[in-house]
Design a protein around this ligand. Structure first.
Ligand code: RNT
Ligand code: ZN
Length: 418
């Protein structure tokens, strides 16, 4: 028996003593798919033209060398990241990652053919695809308004973009045999205090109704909407606020997207899940890490992430939650950024799956909060790493920090030549 397996068996005994079935937890974890966001691979630039991320209230900082400049490079980088992450997952594209064959294709002209290369790649790699209209980084978004624009021509342009994107998603869902989650996020809002908070919201509602008017089978497309508290240049007012999108999602039976960085800094999306789970069928998560603001730092296994994993697992919400990542850090190796965030997400879920939840609930019900707190603390230092390492090895991906060696090699051989 190898060292790894010995450690695993010891860990398994420790957990079994608490009534936790480790094999069962690993089988459960294997069924979880995380959607890796393409935009960490190139700092949200896309392949539409030479210009990078512009208007839209989001910002990437850093100039770490080696970012993907073409769809092929991005695919190559993503494959590298996938080879370092245990399990089979998904890839999440934005409309600006189209393949336009060198011809200008405006956002209102996007068609499934521009994403056939991605679909073929996903098929070859056994990945599902998710999709996002890009309602930002465009001259027609330069005044901060898209779907809620008071300029009818501009509003219509963005409605058409949304419609095109759902068609792309339908092709993805059909060809890949797994529904494509289409997430609608738009930056619309005002820097300074508005007088009319209602009219832009009415326009947004109307536009979304138009974008979503075509019924598409949920086997192919699942539409999600993402709220936000503020952005750069929309500090005082965001049209698509939490209340707006929660209401809109409930009324229209849409997937509700919760981005970890889109609320007040002390608010955690973990606590929002159960409340909403009584009213909303499905969630999309944008797992992110805000540092003092919605800064989109690389996700790490901190208490907030731990809590998200716990809420999903304890309340059996995994089957109605699509887990997506959303961060973009250009100060570190981008393949490493994907790997760190996705592995952290999986660890948070595994940790929750290794919890004796029924016992903890019993203590809570009995009012024994002392034991509840004591046990929760002890659980943190259980031999989790032995289980995680074993899972990585069983899945044929590097154990522990060994993945970093792979990234360093890839950096020297591939990224450094760009
Ligand atoms: C922006 C939103 C949105 C974007 C991506 C690129 O604040 O979080 O989800 O990050 O669509
Ligand atoms: Zn997001």
């Amino acid at each position: 028996m190898g060292k790894m397996e010995k450690l695993y068996n010891l860990a398994r005994e420790r957990y079994a003593a608490l009534g936790v079935d480790v094999d069962n937890a690993l089988a459960r974890l294997a069924g979880v798919k995380v959607s890796l966001h393409c935009w960490q691979g190139d700092d949200v630039c896309g392949f539409e033209s030479a210009s990078g991320l512009t208007d839209g209230g989001i910002l990437t900082t850093g100039n770490y060398p080696g970012k993907a400049r073409t769809p092929d490079e991005l695919r190559q980088d993503a494959e590298k990241a996938f080879s370092l992450i245990p399990g089979k997952h998904r890839f999440n594209l934005h409309a600006i990652y189209l393949e336009n064959g060198g011809k200008k294709v405006d956002r209102n002209e996007i068609a499934p053919s521009h994403f056939q290369g991605w679909i073929d790649w996903a098929k070859e790699n056994g990945l599902g695809l998710d999709f996002n209209p890009t309602y930002f980084s465009h001259p027609k978004a330069s005044d901060g308004f898209t779907l809620a624009s008071s300029n009818e021509r501009i509003r219509k342009f963005w409605v058409q973009h949304g419609i095109c994107c759902r068609q792309v998603a339908e092709a993805m869902g059909k060809q890949l045999g797994t529904p494509c989650v289409v997430n609608h996020w738009m930056p619309d809002g005002y820097k300074d205090i508005p007088v009319d908070r209602l009219a832009p919201r009415r326009r947004m509602q109307k536009s979304l109704d138009e974008v979503l008017s075509k019924k598409i089978n949920k086997r192919y497309v699942l539409d999600a909407v993402e709220c936000k508290l503020f952005g750069i240049g929309s500090e005082s007012y965001v049209v698509g606020s939490h209340e707006f999108f929660m209401g809109y999602a409930l009324k229209n039976n849409l997937v509700l997207c919760l981005d970890a960085g889109h609320f007040h800094p002390t608010e955690s999306i973990a606590d929002k899940l159960t409340g909403m789970s009584l009213f909303v069928d499905e969630f999309l998560l944008h797992v992110s890490r805000g540092v003092r603001w919605d800064s989109d730092h690389v996700v790490i296994w901190n208490d907030e992430l731990k809590a998200i994993g716990e809420e999903l697992v304890r309340n059996d919400l995994l089957k109605r939650t699509h887990i997506g990542l959303d961060y973009f850090d250009a100060t570190i190796n981008r393949v490493a950024a994907w790997t760190i965030g996705t592995r952290a997400m999986l660890k948070s879920l595994l940790m929750a799956m290794l919890e004796p939840t029924a016992d903890l609930r019993r203590l809570e019900k009995d009012g024994d909060y002392t034991s509840r707190l004591a046990l929760l603390e002890e659980l943190r230092s259980m031999p989790f790493a032995a289980v995680w390492d074993y899972y990585c090895e069983a899945n044929g991906v590097p154990v522990g920090e060994k993945w970093l060696t792979e990234v360093k090699k890839y950096e020297a051989n591939v990224l450094a030549t760009r």
